[in-house]
Design a binder for this molecule. Structure first.
Ligand code: APR
Length: 271
């Protein structure tokens, strides 16, 4: 039985596949939606983190200065929540794709580390710092930064939030360590956002997966790509402020649509 909706969808998928296959330089911008099918909560959805937590109480420099124990308690809970999650088919398809062809840059707003996990899985025994390694615009739950000397280091050990004295401290200078994530009111690292925006301005296609596109400068990565003439493809069950700029908006979930676009294990995708 002819189903016009399915026909339109498959035509859109074919168009996107062709655009991605023909693009020399592709920037992929992801948000919390790419990790939903790994079990990681979003920020603004029905079950979103900002529905049950006040960001200004937990994700600002002032909150940390006021009560570092409470802030670490929340980040320790988020680490635990995310720690058991694994990359889903979208993370894996993106990592394999970035490894299999030149000119792909993955830029994520997520701090869950799942794109990095997928890059390590895809790289096998090659160095994980490969082409599949993402630019983490907002930092990582699994890295800390010293509030004294600024030193950054990976950190996955459990956090003892029993008292202020038991919070993690810098082995070099003894100052309190904080989560190495970008808090509201803080600027992104110039080098990090600068690299992402430069790539966006010069790309031929920008694949935007699972972001509400309301937080800047992260969302500007996609806007700059579109303004630079790139084809913008959006994968999101819901419309966003980027939808009017998108050549194609696939109203689908990441783990369903991304492998089909990029040639997941069971799908023919772009070369
Ligand atoms: N597949 C794809 N997209 C999905 C899925 C899914 N399975 N489920 C939900 N989405 C979409 C939602 O429709 C929404 O547009 O993912 C988006 C998630 O939006 P947010 O929760 O706002 O997350 P994000 O866009 O990443 O937030 C940006 O805001 O609070 C800050 O620093 C935080 O990095 C975060 C930034």
């Amino acid at each position: 039985m002819f189903d016009p909706e399915r026909k339109a969808e498959s035509l859109a998928m074919d168009r996107v596949r062709r655009s991605l296959a023909e693009a020399e330089r592709v920037v992929v911008l992801t948000g919390a939606g790419v990790s939903v099918e790994s079990g990681v909560p979003t920020f603004r959805g029905e079950e979103g983190l900002w529905r049950s937590h006040r960001p200004e109480q937990l994700a600002t420099p002032a909150a940390f200065a006021r009560d570092p124990r409470l802030v670490w308690e929340w980040y320790a809970w988020r680490r635990e929540r995310v720690g058991g999650c694994r990359p889903n088919a979208a993370h894996r398809a993106l990592a394999r794709w970035a490894l299999s062809r030149p000119g792909v840059l993955i830029v994520t707003q997520n701090v869950d580390g799942l794109h990095g996990d997928a890059a390590i899985e895809a790289a096998g025994d090659r160095a994980p710092e490969t082409a599949a390694w993402p630019i983490e615009l907002h930092g990582s739950l699994f890295r800390v930064r010293c509030t004294g000397c600024g030193e950054r280091r990976p950190h996955v050990a459990p956090i003892d939030t029993g008292s202020r004295a038991s919070l993690p401290r810098c082995p070099d200078c003894g100052a309190l360590l904080r989560p190495d994530v970008v808090w509201f009111g803080e600027p992104l690292e110039d080098r990090t956002i600068g690299r992402a925006l430069a790539a966006a301005r010069g790309c031929d296609a920008c694949l935007v997966v699972g972001t509400s596109a309301i937080v800047h400068p992260a969302a500007s990565v996609a806007v700059e790509a579109a303004h630079g003439g790139a084809v913008l493809v959006e994968v999101n069950p819901d419309p966003t402020p980027l939808s009017p700029l998108a050549g194609v908006s696939l109203r689908a979930t990441a783990a369903t649509a991304v492998p089909r676009l990029l040639g997941g294990p069971n799908e023919a995708g772009p070369a």
